[in-house]
Design a protein. Sequence first.
Lengths: 157, 795
Amino acid sequence: MRLTCTVNGEARVADDLWEGESLLYVLRERLGLPGSKNACEQGECGSCSVYLDGTLVCACLVLAGQAEGAEVVTVEGLAAGDQLHPIQEAYVQAGAVQCGFCTPGLIVATHDLLDREPRPSDAQVREALAGNLCRCTGYEKILDAVRLAAERMEVLP
Amino acid sequence: MSRTRPSPPAPPASVTGGVGESVRRPDGTLKVKGEFAYSSDLWAEGMLWGATVRSPHPRARIRAIETAEALTTPGVLAVLTHEDVPGRKTYGLEIADQPVLAFPDVRYQGEAVALVAADHPETARRAAARVAVDYQVLEPLVDAEAAMAEDAPSLHPGGNLLRHIPIRRGVQDAAAEVVVAGTYELGMQDQAFLGPESGLAVPDGEGGVDLYVSTQWLHVDRDQLAASLDLPPEQVRITLAGVGGAFGAREDLSMQIHACMLALRTGRPVKILYSREESFFGHVHRHPGRLHYEHGATSDGRLVYVKARIVLDGGAYASSSTAVCANAACFAVGPYQVPNATIDCYVVYTDNPPCGAMRGFGAVQTCFAYESQMDRLADALGIDPVELRIANAMDTGSSLPTGQRVEGPAPVAEMLRRLRAVPLPPARRAEPLDLRELPGGVSNVTHGEAVRRGVGYAAGFKNVSYSEGFDDYATARVRLSVVAGEPQAEVHTAAAEVGQGLVTVQAQIARTELGVERVVVLPADTQVGSAGSSSASRQTWMTGGAVKAACEAVRARVLERAAAKLGRDAAGLALAGGNVLSTGGATSAPTDRGTPSGSPGPQVTDPPGAVVIGLADLLGADAVEETREHHHRPTMPLDPETGQGDAHLAYAFAVHRAVVDVDTELGLVKVVEIATAQDVGKAMNPQAVEGQIEGGIAQGLGLALMEEIQVAGGEVRNPSFTDYLIPTVLDMPPVRAEVLELGHPDSPYGLKGVGEPPTISSTPAIVAAIRAASGRPLTRVPVRPEHIVGLDGSG
């Protein structure tokens, strides 16, 4: 099977797919984009969160074929070259990164949240990130990072 | 520089990014961009995928293994069984009792039996399903008490009792005015790191292999690999790949030998990556336990004695069970002064999943029991539970039940007082109603009708580093040179960064000791000496100590070089800001011989901090490199009859207060806040210390409320994140942490281990709070709704 889609703004083609492969597998193993993580592969942990045509999804739950012709944005597509996205910068600065395995998914989920709700309350943040498991931080620093990113992004032009 | 050309005062001798600052992680940028290479992300040209055939039965005898059908599957390049293990057929951290590939006995569900390598992971999985194993299924032995019975079938040649530690302290039949007793249970907790077991083995074409893997201790992996692969250690090179959390679960081997066997057999790189389900079978878990306690006290609340019988289920193989048993026994009475103790701690083999290291390591199990007992005793005495703890608190100079005197700060009473002084969170708002603040949340199961608030306290402690005579030393190599005109330090150790921030701390130490801003921490590998394990809250102390010692040695050589070059006394020099500085005061002026060792010249005086030479000028193209080991003070074994002995190096203490709202009709719990006080000795990186405290509390909360591997008849019923629940951001409350820095006299910078104490007493504090809210006895964790509403018949 051949897959044609746009990933992080680039037209991509992957050939010789087995039909059972997930979008996550194709991103990681065929397109050289291992940033989306494979912690549970059943949609419980959010580590593989990506945008599929602008909708936040778990890439492990999307069959590769469902991404045919779609626009996919992964964690690798958020920074502008060497310039970290303010959300990425906030995660590092707030100490929200320990082992970092959950981080790519949380960053994409935070991006989606702040896009919808630029100044979320703590309760809104908790609700929006409830599908992203982190085993290291206890989430306190992640909440700090989201607050910091929201402040920073509000003052950006 | 010399006194005749005085330099302007040097910048402050401190360097930015040193010890005590909240320095950013050097790997943080790669991690937030998705570019950090975890062991599951690795790829090599021509790479094959390995898959593991696992036993569906907890106890069985293998009659035959038929591999032909799997081997003829298109895309499959190898199928291996126990016969293909080149060297030692078993492995293990303390006792090599676990087969690399099982034959003939299978002792737990999920035990590895055969391996497949194929060109696609799905092909490998399907071929694995075609390996036909003929099992004679046997009745599993799944109860730890039953396994200790004399007529129980022996699961291992030496019988089922893996270790019994008796501790006898003081009077054995002491009487007391007030006595309380209870039996407590803990379920089997999983470390549930997010990055599954994975790695890439690459054959070197000369019979050896390079392995890139997630682990906690590279050298102990290497030695086990070398034995089973029948290779000299130098032909097994291990490099740490990115580690997605560990928490004890990466101390034992998982896919390491398997991937190397497949790579050496096929001559191609082989990657093995466990699924989440396989991960639950691929690592050891926290020991479940059953603990019977009796506490005796005077009527005014002084502990007279503690008797404890502790039984831990070790599961199928030894792993680190014997050391877990020692911790459970040594810390069985908690951070309290107890003159008389009778403790028996047992760990036994069963056909349940193997258990071993998890954050807290034996101290977690006993803390739940002894803190439950302290509350029960306070209730029986009519004394405030915090007062009872303060009145009996251990302090410097107190003795453990092992007879060992507690050296260094032990501020248990002070931490409890400080914790009690932390303001309580405001009462639950009745209006406006926000369901997210209530037990059950947006499930909309209550509007607060039967919701009661409860507050609970607990204290705990454990050892830092390995114990019982083990020399768990650490090695560091430090190199100082000039790169592109700037002085740069390289730090090379084999210490595993597992998320805790060790790479950050190593660089901070080098900056502080060498006064250079630019520090590179090289990838951890086996090309440098052992660092010991990133576990037991030991790695900052041990590897930090080695890095500090190596830096001191480099610094001494650099200062000697400067002294020789300038004809000064090295004792009057220091490193800071990339320069050699004068520490001020009188020093010898240059003599004719250019060294200060000849007859003293006229005395000269530099202003303190004056730059005498830049490192770039001093070193030129040379590098100064030193390697040092850090060994801690020796510890002693426990006496096998009485459990007496100075078995431990040092202790780390923490106390917790939990505030909960409980729906007493539905048994649902909302943790409102956790407050804690913890003595860290020295906060090497305050932000990272907070991260350890908050993350450790989350795991303690998980054990209190939701985390349990459900094992029935030896079979795991919930090997997924759908059915094994870990706390989400909705479950974790805000944490208020009081961090004490009472320096330890034996450690570098006075630091203590930070990682484990948050996981020890947070669990009993939460359960105490639920008891206060519900009035139920709650003797088992995780607490279930039916226990809270009393459907279990506990009254």
